[in-house]
Design a protein around this ligand. Structure first.
Ligand code: AMP
Ligand code: ZN
Length: 469
């Protein structure tokens, strides 16, 4: 018997113990990034919490199989199947193909994930690599009478699935009344969603496939059901994503999976609430849609961002400010410094047991990361013997992944003033004020720091210049 691990379940709106379908094993599916641009620090809040969940479950002894998809086709600019494919928007923006955009941003997602010390999912599956499974799923739904065809595609008839919208507690009647105006007019019900979309007749899409219904591409929700069920089985233990996915994407995943199999799709749903910036929604138009490149361009360690995420429960919104990142960078530097002072070898005194119990209790209490980090901070400043402290840090790092045992970057810590200059220079570059940006660069260099511009025009990194004798 494993220790109980409690996690809030959006299905029941309660904190519940995780009960694996198969003893000791857990299957976890997480909705991955839509690779039409760099993932922002809000997306990474959700991804880091998912990574931390998987690490915590493994730490508790479960054999976890973790699958994540890469959305590289079919996600339209509106989650409700309207608008343009986001990958096509990206292709137009960059004057290239949807395929090239997908490749570029998949790579950048993987690089950012590695910098944030995310574990690699056991399977990372692109939507475009499992078109066949998606077509098969539509055929199953068609055979069972859940689909209908209109001019732009094959749709799922949500009125045929009696428990539609249950997890999200959707007010179906209200939606019926309110949404008529904006909806695709041939759709039978506002909540019906596309399973397969037809290609336009006047041009060829970069990404399209032939199917029993004609040339086209899969609807966005379909990929997650098809990938989850083909890699993990008809029923999975835990399905994760951001809270924005509850009313549409996950509601539709449940409908199409359960209609096809007649079984409950996921037993436990974990949703991470949103990261806000300066108290509001992040958006390109407000200029506050930050990526990991923005974080490193200002001289912060990606793992300071990871530590920042731990500062609030995944179930509440979290507000990001550059000031809070700075506070977390300082905390990280201090923890690393404390860890560096511990002896590398020493007799295991067994005294780490009590603080480790506190750490485990925090994890098992609905992944309470603020409490887990508090256990770390308390232990580091407690009178516990150094060997036990080191044993403690080594253990908690399996979950926290903060690089606590790496060399503290005393020599490379970037002063606030230099970070502010680098941020100002990024602004100028964004505005195309190259002369001003160059002047700031010279100031940064005169202060003993250098900027390394990233290949491909990304954000630059600040480093301390090597000491010259
Ligand atoms: P996307 O790339 O848009 O498919 O989103 C990737 C993940 O990030 C999904 O699980 C979203 O629910 C989640 N997400 C989107 N915006 C935010 C945000 N501001 N804060 C936290 N998670 C988010
Ligand atoms: Zn999904």
């Amino acid at each position: 018997m494993k220790e109980v691990f409690n996690l809030y379940n959006t299905l029941t709106r309660q904190v519940e113990p995780i009960r694996p379908l198969q003893a000791d094993r857990l299957t976890v599916y997480t909705c991955g990034p839509t690779v039409y641009g760099d993932a922002h620090i809000g997306n990474f809040r959700t991804f880091i919490y998912e990574d931390t969940l998987v690490k915590a479950l493994r730490y508790f002894g479960y054999r976890v199989k973790w699958v994540m998809n890469i959305t590289d086709v079919g996600h339209l600019t509106s989650d409700r199947d309207e608008g343009e494919d986001k990958l096509e928007v990206g292709a137009r923006r960059e004057g290239t193909t949807a395929w090239a955009v997908a490749k570029k941003y998949e790579q950048s997602f993987l690089a950012d994930s590695a910098a944030l010390r995310m574990a690699k999912p056991d399977r990372l599956v692109r939507a475009t690599d499992c078109i066949e499974q998606q077509i098969t799923l539509v055929q199953e739904l068609e055979a069972k009478g859940y689909t209908y065809c209109i001019s732009d595609g094959i749709y799922f008839d949500t009125s045929k699935f009696p428990t539609y919208g249950q997890m999200a507690r959707l007010d179906i009647a209200g939606l019926q009344a309110g949404a008529r105006v904006a909806m695709q007019e041939e759709k039978k019900h506002p909540t019906d969603f596309a399973l397969w979309k037809f290609s336009p007749t006047d041009r060829t899409r970069d990404m399209e496939w032939s199917s029993p219904w004609g040339t086209g591409f899969p609807g966005w929700h379909l990929e997650c059901s098809a990938i989850a069920m083909s890699t993990l089985g008809k029923q999975i233990d835990i399905h994760c994503g951001g809270t924005d996915h509850i009313p549409v994407h996950h509601t539709n995943e449940i409908a199409q999976s359960e209609a096809a199999t007649g079984k409950q799709f996921a037993r436990h749903w974990m949703h991470t609430d949103h990261l806000l910036v300066n108290g509001g929604k992040m958006s390109k138009s407000l200029g506050n849609l930050y990526t990991l490149a923005d974080v490193t361009a200002r001289g912060f360690d990606p793992l300071a961002l990871r530590l920042l995420y731990y500062g609030a429960s995944y179930r509440s919104k979290q507000n990001f400010t550059w000031h809070s990142l700075e506070t977390n960078q300082k905390l990280l530097d201090r923890l690393r410094q404390q860890a560096a002072e511990l002896p590398e070898t020493g007799e295991d005194t067994g005294n780490a047991a009590a603080p480790l119990a506190a750490f485990r209790a925090a994890l098992a209490n609905d992944l309470n990361m603020p409490a887990a980090v508090a256990a770390l901070i308390e232990t580091m400043k407690s009178p516990l013997d150094p060997a036990a402290k080191r044993a403690f840090v080594t253990e908690v790092e399996r979950v926290l992944s903060l690089g606590l045992l790496q060399e503290p970057e005393k020599a490379t810590a970037i002063p606030d003033k230099i970070r502010q200059l680098a941020a100002a220079r990024e602004e100028r570059r964004r505005e195309g004020k190259w002369d001003e940006a160059d002047a700031i660069r010279r100031n940064i260099e005169a202060a003993g720091y250098e900027l390394r511009d990233a290949v491909g025009g990304g954000k630059s990194q600040i480093r301390k210049k090597a000491q010259s004798k």
